[in-house]
Design a protein around this ligand. Structure first.
Ligand SMILES: *Cc1c(COP(=O)(O)O)cnc(C)c1O
Length: 355
C-alpha cells in the first residue's frame, strides 16, 4: 500500500493544466505537423485580439521576445537600456545580447514596479530604450514611462489579461512582450510573444525569427514556438478569465487572514491580477522561509537576487528594503482552499520576525 503523506508539499508555483491541454497537444502530434504551422498563427491572433493590438509574433521564450524587441528598436553597442533592479536576470541578459549597457533603476515602494522618477534621472544621451515590467500582477505606471521620450518595451511576462487605468496591458508600449513559461499566468511550457501596433517593426521581428529561405546574410534567430506549444496556449487563453478570478479570490483570503503582514501593493487595486502575493515579514526573510519550509510550504523571495546586487552597484534603497523584507506566498489557480488554510495557519503562527 502506498503511504499517504500527512503534510504534502505545497509548491511555491505550479502550472494549472487539464485534460483540455492534453487533448489539444495530442491532436497536433497526431497531425504530424509538430513544428510551426497554423496553430501558432492562431495563438498569435488570439493573444493580439485579447489585448487589443493588431500584431503578434510568438517566440520560444520571453527572453527571446525581449531580444527581438531590442534588435528591431536598433539598440546595440554603445547604447543604454533602463531596467529595474527588482526583476529576474532575463532583462539583463537580453540587454547584453545586443551589446548594450543595462542601466539599473530603483523601484517604487508602494507598487514594487520601476520608479519612473528614478528611471528619468538615469536617462542620458545614450539611452535607447526602457524595459518596463508589470511586476507581480500589478500594472506599472506606463503613462509616466511613455512621457520619458524614449521607446518603451512593456514587459507583460507576469501580468496579462488586465488593464492599466482602463487600457489593456499588452498594448501600451512601443512593443510589448509576454512569457509563457511553465509557472507564468498562461503557459506553453516555455514560450513568449512580441506584440505591437507597428506593422513595420513586427514584420522585421517575423523576419529575424526565421532563418530559412532568405536572400541576404543578416544575423537571424530560430526563436520559433511550435504548434504543440501553441495548442496548449490556446486552451490556457480560454481559461484566462477564470485563472484571474481565482487568483483574486485567493488574494482576498490572504489579505483578510494576514492583515498584519500583508505588503499591500495598492490596496484593493481592481487591476491587480496577483501573479504573486507578497508579504512583509520583517528583517529575517531566510528564517521565515525556513520556518515555512519545515511545514512543507514552499515560499520564496519575489525576486531571487536583485540586479544591482548581481552587478555590485549601490544606491537602490527601495530594492534593498524589498529584498530584505518581502516574501512571496504560493498563489495559483490550482491552489485549493485546504492548502490556503494550511498556509495561513502557519504564516500567522510565525508572524513578523525581527522587527
Ligand atoms: C519570466 C520573465 C521574463 C523572461 O521570460 P522567459 O520566458 O522565462 O524567458 C521576462 N520578464 C519578466 C518580468 C519575467 O517575469
Amino acid at each position: 500500500m502506498s503511504k499517504v503523506p500527512y503534510n504534502p508539499v505545497i509548491p511555491h508555483s505550479r502550472p494549472t493544466l487539464g485534460e483540455e491541454e492534453v487533448q489539444a497537444v495530442a491532436e497536433v502530434i497526431r497531425s504530424g505537423h509538430i513544428a510551426q504551422r497554423d496553430v501558432v498563427r492562431k495563438l498569435e491572433q488570439a493573444v493580439a485580439a485579447k489585448v487589443g493590438a493588431p500584431h503578434a509574433v510568438a517566440t520560444s521564450s520571453g527572453t527571446a521576445a525581449l531580444h527581438l524587441a531590442l534588435r528591431v528598436l536598433g539598440v546595440g553597442v554603445g547604447d543604454e537600456v533602463i531596467i529595474p533592479s527588482y526583476v529576474c536576470s532575463a532583462l539583463l541578459n537580453a540587454v547584453r545580447y545586443v551589446g548594450a549597457e543595462p542601466i539599473i533603476a530603483d523601484i517604487d515602494r508602494r507598487s514594487g514596479n520601476m520608479d519612473p522618477d528614478d528611471a528619468s534621472r538615469r536617462i542620458s544621451n545614450r539611452t535607447k530604450a526602457a524595459i518596463v515590467p508589470h511586476m507581480f500582477g500589478l500594472p506599472a505606471e506606463m503613462d509616466a514611462f511613455l512621457k520619458l521620450g524614449i521607446p518603451v518595451i512593456e514587459d507583460c511576462a507576469q501580468t496579462i489579461g488586465t488593464t492599466s487605468k482602463g487600457r489593456p496591458v499588452g498594448s501600451l508600449g512601443h512593443l510589448s512582450i509576454c512569457s509563457f513559461y511553465a509557472t507564468k499566468v498562461l503557459t506553453t511550457g516555455e514560450g513568449g510573444m512580441v506584440i505591437s501596433g507597428s506593422a513595420e517593426l513586427m514584420e522585421k521581428i517575423r523576419d529575424l525569427n526565421e532563418y530559412d529561405n532568405k536572400n541576404d546574410a543578416i544575423v537571424r534567430h530560430n526563436y520559433k514556438m511550435t504548434d504543440m506549444q501553441a495548442a496548449m496556449g490556446l486552451m490556457q487563453l480560454q481559461r484566462l478569465h477564470r485563472f484571474i478570478s481565482r487568483r483574486k479570490e485567493i488574494a482576498e483570503k490572504y489579505r483578510k487572514s494576514l492583515e498584519t503582514i500583508v505588503f499591500d501593493l495598492p490596496p484593493n487595486n481592481e487591476e491587480h491580477i496577483y501573479f504573486r502575493f507578497i508579504i512583509d515579514v520583517g528583517k529575517e526573510v531566510d528564517r521565515w522561509i525556513d520556518h515555512m519550509g519545515k511545514e512543507n510550504i514552499a515560499v520564496a523571495r519575489p525576486v531571487y537576487r536583485p540586479l544591482h546586487i548581481l552587478l555590485g552597484l549601490e544606491g537602490y534603497p527601495v530594492t534593498e528594503f524589498a529584498w530584505k523584507s518581502l516574501v512571496s506566498l504560493p498563489i495559483y489557480p490550482s491552489l485549493s482552499d485546504e492548502e490556503i488554510d494550511r498556509i495561513v495557519k502557519v504564516a500567522v503562527s510565525i508572524g513578523r520576525c525581527g522587527r
